[in-house]
Design a protein around this ligand. Structure first.
Ligand code: SF4
Length: 385
């Protein structure tokens, strides 16, 4: 997590905000009083006894988790692959409801999500755990560990919404690790946020089963999916997952009519071939349409791929040109300096004028009114109000 553009919430500041907000009680006590399930202190945080959704009994007290395409079979007393969902006596529980380990206020542009309330503050949170094992993960210290290994806040769903309002956030973003694995916490928070007119945004790897994603679409305002590459080999070798379920999720999002954007991290030698990028853009246009924003993001040496170089600027802008030539209307390039280049801006596909100007995470100009280009009146898709 880079510090740029972020307002970190320290534990002390967070507790102070609790008290200032009228909750003049120790934080754990506040949390326990508001918990959805039974709560008890465990692993340096608070364990809320919240039953997991999307699982079936498999006999002999084993369960099958159907939340994501892994469909883990989990014996009594054990956890699934993601390390945060546990079988206790033949019943399945989430271990992370109300226990985020990362809280920050970020610009929504940092997710990156460009067509949702430009310039909005996003109350961003994550718990431990992930259902992939990406060798290039930026947040591996929280995504690749169990919740016992992270320092957790005690923050039930209603408290998240309260704090988002307190920090003047119009968006709550489920981000950093993989929100699929903290599905119940995300779902409950999103439902409450909508009632307070705060937009829930999911930042996901898209490796989720269809039923939970359909349910989620009913309570969230937007989704960002990492389409990490366009070959199954990349997914198998570098993430431990598969490509097809992620493509299925994108098609499902299109059918559900929820707003979504795509990010593709370009890693030198692994997914930077022009033919693969072209094939991906063709697929996006054919299956999802030309209006889905596509963000190319530059790789920085990280985690298990520290031996690789950064993605050269030339590769990034070549990808941009390919996507534009294939007919995608909203293509962006991130993580490339200096900020303020042409590929950070949103252009009207009809009159080609800049409708939203950006420089890194700052909005420099905006010309969208009632969802339309202020110059020619052409509709610009997104969540603008
Ligand atoms: S969500 Fe976790 S436990 Fe469930 S199938 Fe996926 S990896 Fe396995």
């Amino acid at each position: 997590m880079s510090a740029k553009g972020k307002i970190p919430i320290s534990r002390r500041g967070f507790l102070r905000a609790c008290v200032a907000g009228g909750a003049a009680l120790p934080l754990a006590a506040v949390a326990i009083r508001q918990a959805r399930g039974k709560a008890k202190v465990e692993y340096g945080g608070v364990f809320y006894e919240v039953e997991a959704r999307f699982w079936e009994g498999a006999g002999d007290k084993a369960v099958v988790c159907t939340l994501c395409p892994r469909k883990c079979t989990v014996p009594d007393g054990e956890r699934g692959y993601c390390g945060v969902r546990e079988n206790r006596g033949g019943k399945y529980y989430t271990q992370v409801w109300g226990n985020p380990c990362a809280l920050n206020v970020d610009p929504v542009e940092k997710k990156p999500v460009y067509h949702v309330l430009p310039g909005a503050r996003a109350f961003s949170l994550a718990t431990a755990g992930c259902n992939m094992k990406c060798k290039f993960c930026q947040n591996w210290t929280i995504s690749q560990v169990r919740p016992e290994k992270t320092r957790n806040y005690a923050l039930p769903a209603d408290a998240v919404v309260r704090f988002a309002a307190k920090y003047r956030c119009q968006v709550i973003a489920f981000t950093y690790s993989e929100p699929t694995v903290f599905y119940e916490y995300m779902y409950d928070t999103a439902k409450l946020a909508r009632k307070k007119n705060i937009k829930p945004v999911v930042v996901s790897n898209g490796f989720i089963s269809a039923e939970p994603m359909k349910e989620l679409c009913k309570v969230v305002s937007a989704v960002k999916i990492d389409l990490k590459a366009f070959t199954d080999k990349f997914y198998r070798d570098l993430t431990g997952a598969r490509l097809r379920p992620v493509l299925d999720t994108l098609v499902l999002l299109k059918k559900q009519g929820v707003w979504f954007e795509i990010v593709n991290l370009i890693i030198p030698r692994f997914n930077d071939k022009k033919d693969d990028i072209k094939a991906m853009c063709k697929w996006i246009k054919k299956e999802l349409g030309p209006d889905v924003p596509l963000h190319f993001s530059a790789f920085h040496p990280m985690y298990k791929l520290k031996n690789l170089p950064r993605t050269p600027k030339t590769t990034m802008f070549a990808a941009y040109d390919i996507a534009r030539a294939e007919g995608l209307h909203y293509v962006y390039v991130g993580n490339v300096h200096p900020a303020g280049h042409k590929a950070e801006k949103t252009y009207c596909p009809k009159c080609s004028k800049v409708v939203i100007g950006r420089s890194a995470y700052r909005i420099t100009e905006r010309h969208i009114k009632d969802g339309k280009c202020s110059f020619c009146g052409h509709p610009i898709p997104g969540v603008w109000s």
